[in-house]
Design a binder for this molecule. Structure first.
Ligand code: ZN
Length: 450
């Protein structure tokens, strides 16, 4: 047994002494309460053979190995190895007898947890109650045993391939018998669970590339361009899952059919399962959607804030009477401000629509993906994102259907379908006045458009 400072260490040590012939103990000199040192021997019922006063830094297994090494010269038949906050119950003698008659090398135990008054359940995380599984507390000794490399649950590495004997008796476990200990354990478990979850989710550096910005900024184009890299896949506007179909195959898309079947409420988790790529591109654009996802699904997030000349995108936003309404300009400015905040929060980059062609290098560098084409011909790749811009997808479809058309020729010449005509020519003097008055001009200037 290893002793440090657990309030009931005396009770647990005395209990262990009642079940064994000899005691080998370790005291932790670095973190243990040294005041209890003189009392240890009096709790051993004359059975103490050795007490190591160790100053080795504690980790998951080294203290176990340190105690095990003492036994190299002792040659016991069977070893009982509880913690300083655990007690065997009276059924242990019978269990040991049956275990010794079996071919098993290790005996595993379930726990009976003692809870503080008024508490009915041991701390739990993710629906699992602690201790999560049975642990090895008794094993048969033989020369050359080791815990290294340590595999958890008190298992000896030497015995990993051997069947285990399941004890009928239980270990009484006092880890959190007071309210103070209970709360401490709760926090510890929560942190441990979070770490485990992050590790599980980030396994293989699973990344979400999020395209952030206003509508009509060319996000589908950028999405398809990035997704043409073999490490990435486009999800399109994932926030419109129930409203849109695949931009390439429509409602019959096998990927989105599978996605909807497997959808468990976690958008990205489901997408990783279905698309089987480590980098997913979501061009939902909405800053709120990104925040909600990033707070609930832990992956690496790479944020690209896409902007476009405010005057150019206005041509898509003319009202029924053919004029630009103030709120259209205001919404653009406000959305930009919100996006800017969110981009900074996630350490994202700002990219101008007009410069996408020249920016490919910087974007790939930021995403950490391998550079594959000097000029990305996104229309030559198959994409299954949820439809954003029809223009971008029509280019993909035309190329795949071997249709000759304006798009194809234009795309070959310029790399991307960056609409050659600017929006300015569609705007009246009145429209430009509204744009200037409601903050459009100021933002355009800030973005370097004037
Ligand atoms: Zn599809």
């Amino acid at each position: 047994m290893a002793i440090r400072d657990f309030p009931l260490w005396k009770q647990c040590l005395k209990s262990l002494a009642s079940h064994v012939d000899e005691l080998y103990l370790r005291f932790d000199m670095r973190t243990g309460d040294k005041n209890i040192l003189p009392e240890i021997e009096s709790c051993c019922d004359g059975k103490l053979k050795k007490l190591i006063k160790s100053d080795i830094v504690w980790d998951n297994h080294n203290w176990k190995e340190e105690l095990l090494r003492i036994l190299d010269s002792v040659h016991p038949r069977v070893v009982l190895f509880p913690d300083e906050d655990e007690e065997f119950d009276s059924g242990i003698e019978k269990d040991i007898k049956n275990f010794m008659d079996s071919d098993c090398k290790e005996m595993i135990f379930d726990f009976k947890t003692i809870l503080p008054k008024g508490i009915t359940k041991a701390p739990s995380e993710d629906g699992r109650v602690y201790p999560f599984t049975k642990h090895v507390k008794v094993f048969k000794w033989r020369p050359g045993l080791t815990y290294i490399p340590y595999k958890n649950r008190g298992r000896l590495f030497t015995y990993l391939d051997n069947p285990q004997y399941e004890a009928k008796s239980k270990i009484t476990h006092y880890h959190f018998y007071t309210m103070e200990l209970y709360n401490k354990w709760k926090d510890r478990l929560r942190n441990r669970f979070k770490l485990e979850e992050n590790k599980r989710l980030c396994n293989g550096r699973k990344t979400i590339v999020y395209i952030l910005g206003s509508t009509r900024s060319g996000s589908t184009m950028l999405d398809l361009m990035i997704s043409s890299n073999s490490e990435c896949t486009s999800l399109g506007e994932l926030c419109l899952l129930h409203k849109r179909d695949c931009g390439f195959c429509g409602a019959k898309c096998k990927y989105w059919k599978e996605y909807k079947k497997k959808f468990n409420g976690n958008y990205y988790e489901t997408a990783f399962k279905v698309f089987k790529k480590d980098i997913l591109v979501d061009s939902s654009k909405k800053w709120k959607w990104l925040k909600e996802r990033a707070d609930s699904e832990s992956y690496e997030y790479k944020v690209i804030h896409l902007v476009r000349n405010g005057l150019d995108r206005l041509k898509f936003r003319k009202g029924k009477n053919g004029h630009i309404k103030p709120y259209v300009v205001q919404a653009w400015v406000n959305t930009h401000r919100k996006c800017e905040k969110v981009r900074k929060r996630y350490g994202g980059i700002l990219v101008k629509y007009e410069e996408i062609n020249q920016e490919t290098n910087r974007i790939y560098e930021y995403l950490g993906v391998k550079w594959q084409d000097r000029k990305v011909k996104f229309w030559e790749h198959e994409h299954h994102g949820l439809l954003g811009s029809k223009t971008a997808y029509s280019l993909v479809k035309k190329w795949h259907n071997k249709e000759n058309g304006w798009y194809n020729i234009y795309a070959d010449e310029h790399g991307f379908n960056l609409n050659p005509r600017t929006g300015h020519e569609f705007l009246s003097k009145e429209d430009i006045k509204v744009f200037n008055k409601y903050g459009g001009r100021e933002l355009n200037k800030e973005l370097g458009y004037e």
